[in-house]
Write a protein that binds this ligand. Structure first.
Ligand code: GLP
Length: 257
């Protein structure tokens, strides 16, 4: 795991975007795995600015979607992606993939989605955020580390955390379709971005804790090409922080993938 600590969230986000753009420069038709959440908004803002209305040549597969929400629902991840990235970079619809939240048979939809990723040749670069409870995608604690795309029940903590994005009268869905941990680990490279003090416990467990389904992000320790980009607030609980900052001062790194 390569651990890069930046002075603030803006710098960490800008570097994440830069790495995605470097991948697209080297491989314009790359298959990207994309994430949602507040953390990713500055990353997509930077991509919108850099890419413009080209139209985009990449293919993307998002990590997850709420069960029951149609793509037109403002809190659906499909709507988030359309608003924050897809429309602005003119990504053709056939290249933009998310699980369908309103599919009549969500379990079949999960199976179809997993097969679609494989049919596209797998994911070249997977972007990940981090849940405060250590989840990646919507793989909640105790998810199998070998899991594939499927339906997951969200924990009370995740529902509470994500309620801030919903209106006071809206019900936060309890179920999601998410890529599995095994699906994520099949990606050829992974960038995980986590910022803010709310992530510091999960960041410390992910990097320095024992591999355990109790903290799904620890599974990333098994992947040979993971770069973790964090700000100082999210790095606060790392025991070996001095070491990471010695190896990569200020987040510096000569090798971009
Ligand atoms: C959701 C998403 C995750 C995301 C997490 C963190 O639960 N399924 O993919 O990483 O939220 O979101 P935020 O960046 O808003 O803290």
């Amino acid at each position: 795991m390569k651990i890069l600590i930046f002075p603030d969230a803006a710098t960490a986000s800008a570097e994440t975007a830069r790495r995605i753009l470097a991948t697209l420069a080297a491989q314009p038709c790359a298959v990207l795995g994309l994430a949602t959440g507040g953390t990713m908004k500055p990353v997509y803002e930077a991509l919108r600015t850099a890419l413009g209305q080209s139209p985009a040549t990449f293919t993307s597969f998002n990590l997850d979607e709420y069960v029951g929400l149609p793509s037109t629902h403002p809190q659906s991840y499909a709507y988030y992606m359309k608003t924050h990235l897809f429309d602005a970079v003119a990504l053709p619809g056939a290249q933009a993939h998310l699980p369908r939240g309103d599919a009549p048979d969500p379990a079949a939809e999960a199976t179809r989605y997993e097969a679609a990723i494989a049919a596209a040749g797998g994911i070249d670069l997977q972007l990940l955020g981090l849940g405060a409870n250590g989840h990646i995608g919507f793989n909640e604690p105790t998810s199998s580390l070998a899991s594939r795309t499927r339906i997951k029940t969200l924990t009370h903590k995740t529902v509470t955390d994500n309620a801030r994005y919903f209106g006071p009268d809206e019900v936060v869905p309890r179920l999601a379709i998410t890529m599995g941990i095994g699906t994520i680990l099949d990606s050829r490279a992974i960038l995980l971005l986590a910022t803010g003090a709310g992530k510091r416990d999960a960041v410390a467990r992910m990097i320095e804790g024992s591999i355990s389904a109790a903290c799904p992000a620890t599974a990333l320790q098994l992947h040979a090409n993971v770069t973790v980009l964090i700000d100082e607030a999210a790095a606060a609980n790392l025991k070996l922080r001095d070491y990471y900052e010695t190896v990569h001062p200020g987040g510096a790194d000569e090798i971009y993938t």
